[in-house]
Design a binder for this molecule. Structure first.
Ligand SMILES: [Zn+2]
Length: 466
């Protein structure tokens, strides 16, 4: 655990995922606490059992969730009722509801029951509070004694993700208060990533106002930042747009494409969907999904993010059911879904699971029979670590699935970009925030690596490692 004299405690910060931050205030001798994220450790992080927070000894007033990934929200169901309020993004809440609703239908009763309880919690309007927008930013939260919390939208592979600027009062601190910026997971190379540095400059540091351009109106004392990519610095970082262009080229050459991508990675899903449309001009290409849950997530994104930009609108999405009979007035006889897919080309989301072979194999057979001219292909758009035999995080079922398809002659195209800030972006953020007292790395396997970033010695000296 990392503990600082700023009344910050970070649990499990020296791993990627499952990091929990607790900040306390002291007003008139009374202590109040907020927690940021209560997630589960990721597989392969080396953590067998997550720590248990001492809810009774160090009570928490509210928990703030940065985004909907399991390594940040995974333990929401374990938070006791004594914690009055749970704050999260409005769309994040909807995405989480979709996930839990799907889990209530699984065969494993303990999983289904847990999901039911979590669903009930997510629908509890007394406890769940979503961030409210004002004209230009999100409303500041001042409901917890000794705290002012400002949520700011960040770009991450989870949509509706936030960083938090926390102003905390405590008489024992220099000046009686401390300003803390907690980044959560973020990146600079997504479609909304270019907003990060301006937000830091104009909303967090408050540069460029009437009192004098070049002089910030607010200093940040402590920066708590994710550092996922410090230990993955050799991985190439494509921008989402570059990924989309490369996908367009690939889909132009391949009409029958399957896709392996997270159901909640809105930006990459949008990249592939747009690529499929651009590659198939003038007709566009339908998107198929392996189940109804995946389609529900896409519908949620269309109805939320899609209100702001067409880029996040998914139209013509259908569930895979190859033998389903389809009728259209302009057709002289009905077609099966497979016949339509072979006629128009497709992009179809699958899971790297054995049962999904039933979607791929009929197209391989038809290729061998000469019914279609191209073999189907698979785009793998997840972290390569999951299918790397040398990694602890590897998923054996996925590796087996990929190898099986390759053995059948199916091309696997690896096309993925990280949800996390590149080393260069991290450095730029630290420099822009320029904290007066400390830089605390979390969500990283290499906190030590922060001391070797390309920045001033004075900033390197502020790197605080637990
Ligand atoms: Zn994370």
């Amino acid at each position: 655990m990392i503990k600082t004299n700023e009344n910050i405690k970070i649990f499990q910060g020296n791993q990627i995922g499952g990091c929990v931050t607790v900040i306390s205030s002291m007003v008139n001798g009374e202590t109040h606490r907020i927690m940021i994220d209560y997630g589960s450790s990721l597989e392969g992080s080396g953590t067998v059992k997550d720590f248990d927070y001492p809810w009774d000894e160090e009570p928490v007033d509210a928990v703030f969730f940065t985004h909907y990934h399991g390594d940040h929200v995974g333990r929401i169901g374990e938070i006791p009722k004594s914690v009055k309020t749970l704050y999260m993004g409005e769309t994040a809440r909807k995405v989480m509801v979709n996930i839990q609703r799907a889990l209530t239908r699984v065969k494993d009763m303990s999983v289904a029951n847990e999901a039911k309880a979590e669903l009930e919690l997510l629908h509890d309007d007394e406890r769940i509070i979503t961030f409210k927008r004002t004209k230009y930013a999100y409303k500041h939260i001042t409901d917890i004694p000794g705290f002012k919390i400002e949520p700011y939208s960040v770009d991450h592979s989870a949509y509706d993700a936030y960083m938090f600027l926390v102003e905390v009062e405590d008489d024992s601190l220099p000046g009686g208060k401390s300003v803390i910026l907690h980044t959560g997971d973020f990146r600079g190379h997504g479609r909304r990533g270019k907003a990060m540095l301006p937000v830091i400059n104009y909303y967090i540091r408050k540069y460029g106002n009437k009192e004098g351009i070049g002089i910030p109106k607010r200093n940040v004392d402590v920066l708590i930042t994710e550092g996922t990519m410090i230990s993955r610095a050799d991985e190439p970082v494509l921008t989402e747009y570059e990924l989309q262009l490369e996908a367009t080229k690939f889909l132009h050459e391949h009409r029958y494409a399957f896709l392996i991508c997270s159901s909640t990675n809105l930006d990459s899903l949008a990249s592939f969907y747009q690529a499929a449309q651009d590659a198939s001009v003038p007709y566009g290409r339908y998107l198929y999904t392996y189940n109804n849950y995946f389609k529900t997530q896409l519908d949620t994104f269309t109805n939320t993010a899609g209100k702001y930009t067409d880029l996040y609108k998914f139209e013509n999405v259908y569930e895979l059911d190859l033998e389903k009979e389809l009728k259209r007035p302009e057709w002289t006889k009905p077609k099966t879904q497979k016949e339509l897919m072979e006629y128009t080309g497709f992009l179809a989301v699958i899971k790297p699971a054995k049962w999904c072979e039933s979607f791929i194999d009929p197209f391989i057979e038809d290729y061998k029979n000469g019914c279609i001219k191209e073999m189907p292909v698979i785009i793998y758009s997840m972290w390569d670590g999951y299918i790397d035999k040398s990694k602890d995080a590897r998923k054996d079922e996925w590796i087996e699935f990929i190898e099986l398809q390759e053995a059948k002659g199916v091309e696997i195209k690896h096309l993925h970009t990280s949800g996390h800030a590149s080393v260069q972006m991290l450095t730029e953020v630290i420099k822009a925030v320029n904290p007066t007292r400390a830089v605390i790395p979390m969500h990283t396997e290499d906190a030590e690596g922060f001391k070797y970033l390309d920045m001033e010695e004075s900033l390197k000296d502020k790197v605080t490692i637990g």
